[in-house]
Design a binder for this molecule. Structure first.
Ligand code: ZN
Length: 286
């Protein structure tokens, strides 16, 4: 297992972790802190332009480890589904323009009408997700991209992501892309720490070369006060992160470990304090 106490070259920062800074500040300050990878969000990149951001990253010695994000395949009406498809194809082009090989894909919850899930058929939603990803494959292949599918904790099944275990995502990989040429998986400790079959599923993921494409770290707070924006900083919660990292590395993964913390509490702190804490906790708790 890699020794992160001395070497943070594997640390990737998901830019949503420090939303109090704009992308330019994040890039500059990550470079100063010796960070080598960041994963930016579409809204931040689009407002600056992919060519500009690509230049910033290159000048700062930063590698874009993932682009966020595409997906949300579950819609009740055709027009919304067509719009989502256009967005997904635009996201693939942007990732390629940015020089980023990994595009994170989020399934979507139950089909929506207005803002609330209306359908009750989760099997149909999961079927739609499979068809949505399948539809993206040829374009992703042409662009040399990996679609990195991330299972989310079951508490999000209704409104964000109806793929809730690594098992499910691996079944989808086996169905659509058995050699994992185009589809990979993201393993985020926040979403999978509770899964009694986690170790065996990580081994299963690792049995196909290139299938594990991302490892995300943060922590599960007790109590968790908000489903979306109360993720913990590594070391503040109950996830045994080194244990899971050991499993993931034993399964063959040696890529970046992405700090991804959506947290109202951390967004109220100074950006520099958040960044320093991420680095310190990465050394001690990842
Ligand atoms: Zn994640």
């Amino acid at each position: 297992m890699r020794d992160f106490s001395r070497d943070i070259s594997a640390l990737a920062l998901n830019t949503a972790t420090i939303r109090q800074w704009d992308l330019r500040h994040i890039v500059d300050n990550c470079a100063k802190a010796g960070i080598k990878h960041i994963s930016p969000w579409r809204d931040q990149v689009r407002s600056e332009g992919t060519a500009t951001v690509r230049r910033w990253l290159s000048e700062a010695g930063l590698h874009p480890s993932a682009y966020l994000r595409a997906g949300l395949f579950t819609y009740a009406d055709r027009e919304a589904a067509a719009n989502a498809r256009d967005e997904n194809f635009a996201a693939m082009d942007e990732a390629a323009e940015l020089g980023c090989r990994n595009l994170v894909v989020l399934a979507g919850g139950l089909p929506k009408a207005a803002d609330l899930p209306k359908e009750r058929n989760i099997e149909a939603a999961r079927y739609q997700v499979g068809r949505g990803i399948e539809d993206m494959l040829p374009r992703a292949r042409d662009l040399g991209l990996k679609l990195v599918v991330e299972p989310l904790h079951p508490m999000y099944a209704a409104d964000r992501c109806c793929l809730n275990t690594l098992d499910q995502v691996l079944d989808l990989c086996d169905e659509l892309d058995p050699a994992s040429e185009v589809i990979g998986v993201a393993i985020d400790v926040y979403h999978v720490w509770w899964d009694p079959r986690l170790r065996e599923q990580i081994d299963r993921a690792g049995s196909v070369n290139g299938r594990i494409q991302a490892f995300h770290v943060n922590d599960w707070l007790v109590p968790t006060r908000d489903m979306l924006n109360d993720r913990g900083m590594m070391g503040d919660g109950i996830i045994d992160i080194p244990k899971i990292r050991n499993w993931v590395e034993s399964a063959g993964y040696g890529g970046p470990c992405e700090v991804e913390i959506f947290s109202d509490a951390w967004r109220e702190r100074e950006g520099q304090e958040v960044l320093n804490t991420c680095v310190d906790r990465f050394r001690r708790f990842v």
